[in-house]
Design a protein around this ligand. Sequence first.
Ligand code: DGP
Length: 113
Amino acid sequence: MSCLFCRIIAGDVPSRKAYEDDTLVAFHDVNPQAPVHVLIVPRKHIATLNDLAPDDQPTVGAMVARAAALAKDLGIDARGYRTVFNCNREAGQSVFHIHLHLLGGRPMHWPPG
Ligand code: DGP
């Protein structure tokens, strides 16, 4: 299995898990860009947002809903937080298994870099 996030999901690469169910796994980013930085990842391997199939839409909806639930669990919902999907290299995607970044715990700037 060559995909890093598939290996994390399988438990072959250790991670600090924040949540898991039959569809999703969430774990803390190894290189956090904010005091809270969690990655929400579908168990299904989907390389980029450009590769979504119509029947992946419930999964993407579950990822967004889980980000909001984790923000509440982690105490950043009222202050505010950012959710980000990077798609392909120019946007900064480095792991080609879709993931939703949940970032918070500090003020965020706009536009992003
Ligand atoms: P992106 O650049 O959008 O593809 O985000 C990939 C993120 O994955 C990046 O913020 C760093 C994180 N990451 C890379 N390797 C590992 C790892 O082995 N473990 C964990 N927990 N996070 C990782």
